[in-house]
Design a binder for this molecule. Structure first.
Ligand code: ZN
Ligand code: ZN
Length: 351
């Protein structure tokens, strides 16, 4: 396991917090004082979503991956001794979000409250989840925007969907988890239409860590939304070489422009954030993280995403096994920059 305590980023975070306080004082609540710890586990469930949050002895599962991830969910909870899920949020009735919740429900002995954007749906996996929840005597709670609950010392607030539409993805439950000065925004498969509605509603969307919408589809995480969230980290949950081309290059470019640190389950495996409400650390299952983070700075240098070879005019991913000699390297901060410089992609790492 790789552990990085990002003191530099934390210093930046404090600056952001100070800046945010100025705005907060004008009307919104100030950050609560907290004394424990919040862990946010983004699970590597392939082309799907799942996050387990543990805070001061309480637990929240946001989505559970595909049906085939049931055993992963089961063993992940077992390994951490999570026998009770105080809260479940099923962001929307698609298999890649609710399918594996069945595995979690096979392990835990108790369930508190289960949230969903709809009380009923025809999706087979959604129905299976609701019938399993009934065995615990738990029905579905459909929250309204602005509703919130306590997860230990953390506060979970629903920010979306502002309005239900015909598109199941846009109906995803969106919530922000605040713990002291650190916050996480979970977006399910929400894309631009849902983002626009939240922006138009004037909601406070700012967050330290953003779970990027819809597995990194090109239609999610528009510039305006990204500006409002202003995340220090962006987590993309997707499978390597998935059929959808996620994450989309245009999305990656937007994240890169925003200067956010990109973490991806397809490359980093499980991604675990731990915070005491002011300091934030991140642990990834696989080393690839450092190689692909857009904001990962070289010693004293600028962050970069692609490594060009001035002699062959090819550009590579920073983790490519065929990187050029140091003297032949040039660094690009976006795909556009590499292409604009008339470099062509390496055939090996296929950036
Ligand atoms: Zn979906
Ligand atoms: Zn999805």
């Amino acid at each position: 396991m790789k552990k990085r305590i990002l003191s530099l980023l934390l210093a930046l975070l404090s600056l952001f917090s100070l800046a945010a306080c100025g705005g907060l004082l004008e009307g919104e609540d100030q950050a609560d004082t907290v004394s424990g710890q919040l862990e946010v586990h983004f699970l590597d469930v392939g082309q799907a979503d799942s996050a387990l949050l543990l805070c001061d002895g309480e637990s929240l599962l946001i989505d559970g991956g595909n049906s085939e991830d049931s055993s992963l969910l089961y063993s992940y909870l077992r390994n951490r001794g999570v026998k009770r899920l105080d809260y479940i949020i099923a962001t929307h009735p698609h298999e890649d979000h609710v399918g594996g919740i069945a595995g979690a429900l096979s392990y835990v002995r108790e369930v508190g409250t289960a949230y969903s954007p709809v009380a009923e749906d025809e999706n087979y996996f959604f129905k299976r989840m609701t019938s399993k929840l009934r065995e615990f005597g738990v029905g579905l709670t459909v929250p309204a925007v602005g509703d919130s609950f306590r997860l230990g010392g953390a506060k979970v607030t629903f920010l979306g969907p502002v309005e239900l539409t015909d598109d199941v993805n846009q109906n995803s439950l969106v919530c922000r988890v605040d713990y002291g000065e650190v916050s996480f925004l979970f977006t399910g498969d929400a894309e631009k239409p849902a983002e626009k509605m939240m922006l138009d509603a004037g909601e406070n969307l700012s967050a330290t860590v953003l779970k990027v919408g819809h597995h990194g589809s090109s239609n999610s995480t528009c510039y305006e939304f990204l500006r409002a969230v202003n995340p220090l980290y962006s987590v993309i949950s997707c499978e390597r070489n998935n059929d959808y081309g996620h994450p989309d290059d245009r999305l990656l470019s937007r994240l890169n422009d925003a200067g956010t640190n990109i973490l991806r389950t397809d490359r980093n495996g499980h991604i675990v954030f731990t915070t005491d409400g002011s300091l934030l650390s991140v642990e990834t299952e696989k080393e690839a993280s450092s190689a692909v983070s857009a904001g990962e700075a070289e010693e004293g240098g600028e962050p970069y995403m692609y490594v060009g070879n001035v002699s062959s005019k090819k550009y590579h991913r920073p983790d490519c096994s065929g990187l050029p000699l140091e003297k032949n390297r040039v660094y690009f901060y976006s795909l556009e920059e590499a292409i604009g410089a008339r470099f062509t992609p390496c055939g090996l790492c296929k950036p």
